[in-house]
Design a protein around this ligand. Structure first.
Ligand SMILES: Nc1ncnc2c1ncn2[C@@H]1O[C@H](COP(=O)(O)OP(=O)(O)OP(=O)(O)O)[C@@H](O)[C@H]1O
Ligand SMILES: [Mg+2]
Length: 277
């Protein structure tokens, strides 16, 4: 079956997932449209990285459906997953460069790992990708010789080395100063448009993410609280979404990881228990 150009590249419906018995995703449905930049947002621990791992096949849904490029992935074989993953680029949260490889070799790594291209072609592709992130001139430097923002751009170049259909970035802006952050955000948008990619980005930076995204999905308390244009999400009257887009510390979104009641740990009865943890 050839999926139509208008069908979403990733289509998740009623998906449930938890690590062990604790549910993290409680029946979520979301679509990643082709050619667009979709931002996945929500509180820390809300399950954003988990969604990326499900799309990448590192985790399997407990129920519900994941359709990639028109193909239902439930029960897909390792070979099918391998082929699907080959069409994805991923920039992991805290994902670092290989410190003992040069900038060039970091970007060449997926090409050498996944293809049998002759070295002259690997060289051309690596230099093209480095050029796209403005670092063709830094090819011979080691990761220890470049700044954090440059390292992030090298990681972007590595994520797109295999010309993926879908590129997923998990927190690509973490730890960047405002100027580098703006540059990285614009770069993600440009790479998406110039290379004809589909982008799924997880980010906590509201302003910059709302600026570059076509669509925003907000996860809260295991559900999709909002999915729409940045403008529509910003104007949402849903209290969960309102709390999130206005960065309010308290509201319907839980700040605390579920645990014993605070009175049990700190209250008068809790103090009696304070022999262990
Ligand atoms: N390998 C794991 N084993 C057990 N629990 C996990 C594992 N990975 C994540 N979790 C739990 O699942 C929940 C969702 O985690 P996830 O990493 O998807 O959140 P997140 O939205 O990406 O958060 P952040 O914004 O902090 O990166 C968290 O409560 C976390 O403790
Ligand atoms: Mg995460």
């Amino acid at each position: 079956m050839t999926p139509s150009a208008s069908s979403p590249l990733v289509d998740i419906s009623n998906l449930c997932f938890g690590y062990g018995s604790r549910p993290v995703l409680d029946g979520i449905s979301l679509q990643v449209p082709r050619g667009k930049v979709t931002a996945l947002m929500g509180a820390s621990g809300g399950g954003k990285t988990t969604v990326l791992r499900l799309i990448g096949g590192q985790l399997q849904p407990q129920s519900g459906n994941l359709v990639l490029n028109g193909q239902d992935m439930s029960g897909a074989s390792q070979d099918v997953w391998y082929a699907a993953r080959r069409r994805m680029g991923m920039l992991f949260q805290f994902g670092a460069l290989f410190t003992d490889l040069s900038v060039f070799d970091n970007v060449a790594f997926p090409l050498r790992e996944h293809t049998n291209l002759p070295s002259a072609m690997v060289r051309d592709i690596v230099l093209m990708k480095l050029d796209a992130v403005g670092l063709r001139g830094a090819r011979d430097l080691m990761p220890s010789e470049i700044s954090g923002g440059m390292a992030r751009r090298v990681a972007l170049a590595r994520a797109i080395a295999l010309d993926p259909e879908l590129v997923m970035y998990d927190e690509p802006f973490a730890g960047l100063d405002p100027i580098s952050l703006g540059t990285a955000a614009r770069l993600i948008r440009q790479l998406n448009d110039n290379l004809g990619l589909t982008t799924l980005i997880v980010s906590h930076d509201l302003e910059e993410t709302f600026r570059i995204a076509d669509q925003v999905v907000v996860l809260a308390n295991g559900k999709v609280a909002a999915q729409g244009t940045p403008q529509a999400v910003r104007e949402s009257s849903d209290p969960l979404v309102h709390q999130f887009v206005n960065a309010l510390p308290d509201g319907p979104v839980r700040f605390h990881y579920p645990g014993p009641d605070v009175r049990d740990d700190f209250g008068p009865s809790g103090s009696k228990k304070r022999t262990g943890r």
